[in-house]
Design a protein around this ligand. Sequence first.
Ligand code: NAP
Length: 245
Amino acid sequence: MRLKDKTALITGGARGIGKEIATRFAKEGADIIIWDVLDEGEKTSEEIKRLGRKSVFHKIDITNLANVQKQANDVIQEFGRLDILVNNAGITRDNLLLRMEESEWESVITVNLKGTFNCTKAFIKYMMKARKGRIINISSVIGLFGNAGQSNYAASKAGIIGFTKSIAKEVGSRNITVNAIAPGFIQTPMTDILSEEVKKNYLSLIPLKKFGLPEDIANLSIFLASDEAKYITGEVIRVDGGIAM
Ligand code: NAP
């Protein structure tokens, strides 16, 4: 029970990596708020309640700052505080630069990077007042080494790393840690849609010779959210089977 009686919010928590983080946090004793655009979030929230924890699902698009701020106020009203924020919601719209539409660039930057800004901005004042907090931003190894056909995604994920380090410096004196996780290839609905050829190519580059699972990201998230990680901030930790080594 490493997160006993903590309150945690996970964006994009309806499915995939976010769902696993939400469920595992609940098993460690945390109450859970799920923010997602997908209705599936309700089912995930129900599953968490069956684990004996309090949980709510808010159907929300994190790209709209006004909405995010309003919902954040509602969370604070209902739960009294937020101890842990996991900025996990993310999308891909892959294309080579020559063919990339402005809308593909904008949507990825807006969800992945501006969404992280919106949610962090909405909760940081409450964490600063409480003089404690944990923020975990889900980046990607693509933000570290780039990828042909993913310039929008790579820019958003590299942006998250710069954002993480800057905010870590801004709020460190208030006992708030801000860290980023850079996953490699993790088996989720996001990667299930990739062709067998692309998957085979990735696999050949992974020293551990297997894809990661959502639990691999959840394990590190629990550690970063726990008291054991109280002296770690501004860090970017890869969970990638060694692919970005
Ligand atoms: P996923 O299964 O697609 O889950 C992401 C969730 O976020 C989805 O439910 C998605 O809904 C939701 N979402 C998208 N836009 C949103 C918005 N504007 N507001 C609120 N929720 C929104 O993806 P995943 O694989 O679990 O990925 C989770 C995070 O890990 C992402 O940030 C991703 O970039 C990162 N990551 C994943 C991998 C991997 O290999 N899977 C590797 C590195 C990093 P929709 O389905 O409607 O978009």
